[in-house]
Ligand binder design. Structure first.
Ligand code: 13P
Length: 337
């Protein structure tokens, strides 16, 4: 097995998943605004240090996705964050896309930018200790969109990014996110997600990316947030498994879901149910941002005195999601905190 293929396997190791802590500067400002903390370089560093130094998190966390600023920062004792994580057996990753920008001649749709100079950035990130990367494309659902144009340009860019990462020795997390905003049904989400995944895998194949060297990070198949009929946990799990079995080749080592705005507990319950139902030929895991961080962020609230309690809240969510990897998460476990 190539080194990249074994890193990809390590990212989806049994019982473990990924912490997405790669909020860009505007996004982390939004998160800090919600707890009344100013988004300064040092507050961002302290918050991330709280997460990364949580004792025992490495039992459930295989990798952490970082933002450029964080990859270059260090803990208060001077240890660079990538080394701190690596010493715990956690793979450091890096968000390399430059965000979703309006797509010309496609109202309401976006294309993710960041390919220019990416080969050089990949080489630098690898030298700074990163072992994997992430690129997120966003697909919006209304009655009229997504267009084929939007799906195709995003699939093409995801494959271009993935090829450059593999060439430069980073495992690419390929993230096509069909957003949950809107009044659409679960069936419509299934249709758009399947269409998107097929385009992404066609592009990866056309661009000669070996599928055992990537990790897929998709949305789950959900009812739109304002849809009057909200599918229950079993329906979501079954629809998601059905969609991915149709569109994702078995050679992909693992699927790590994003939480996308689901509540912490629902994101865990959905993953748990999929694994309880037998999963797929791939590992089914998590790469949650909000669903792992909402509780510790709120508990921390920018105060040193809350550090231990915030780490406890993070460890609890990591443990619950670790259990969801084998379908052994339960209400009792959730409430044991
Ligand atoms: P959420 O789990 O909050 O959706 O974040 C995951 C992520 O990395 C989005 O790009």
């Amino acid at each position: 097995m190539s080194e990249l293929a074994s890193s990809a396997r390590a990212m989806v190791a049994p019982g473990k998943g990924i912490l997405a802590a790669d909020e860009s500067s505007p996004t982390i400002k939004k998160r800090f605004d919600s707890i009344g903390v100013e988004s300064t370089v040092d507050n961002r560093r302290s918050y991330r240090e709280m997460l990364f130094t949580t004792a025992g998190a490495e039992q459930y966390i295989s990798g952490v996705i970082l933002f450029d600023e964080t990859l270059r920062q260090s803990a208060s004792d001077g240890t660079p964050f990538p080394k701190l994580l690596t010493d715990k057996g956690i793979l450091p990753g890096i968000k390399v896309d430059k965000g979703a920008k309006p797509l010309p001649f496609a109202a309401g749709e976006t294309v993710t930018e960041g390919l220019d100079g990416l080969r050089d950035r990949v080489a630098e990130y690898r030298s700074l200790g990163a072992r994997f990367a992430k690129w997120r494309a966003t697909i919006h659902i209304t009655e009229d969109i997504p267009s084929d144009l939007c799906i195709d340009v995003n699939a093409h860019a995801l494959a271009r990014y993935a090829a450059l990462c593999v060439e430069g020795d980073l495992v690419p997390i390929v993230e096509p996110e069909v957003l949950m905003d809107g009044g659409h049904t679960l069936e419509r989400c299934h249709e758009v997600t399947e269409r998107t995944l097929r385009a992404v895998f066609n592009a990866l194949y056309a661009q000669r990316v070996a599928l055992n060297e990537i990790v897929l990070k998709p949305n789950m198949v959900l009812s739109g947030t304002t849809c009057t009929k909200q599918a229950d946990v079993t329906t979501v799990a079954e629809a998601t498994l059905d969609c991915f079995r149709k569109a994702v080749p078995a050679e992909v080592p693992g699927i790590v879901f994003l939480s996308g705005g689901q509540s912490d507990e629902l994101a865990t319950a959905h993953l748990n149910k999929m694994n309880e139902l037998g999963g797929g030929p791939w590992e089914l895991s998590f790469s949650y941002g909000r669903a792992l961080q909402a509780a510790p962020l709120k508990t921390w609230a920018g105060k040193e005195a809350n550090l231990a309690a915030a780490q406890k809240a993070y460890l609890h969510r990591a443990k619950c999601n670790g259990a969801a990897r084998t379908g052994s998460y339960s209400d009792a476990m959730e409430n044991a905190a």
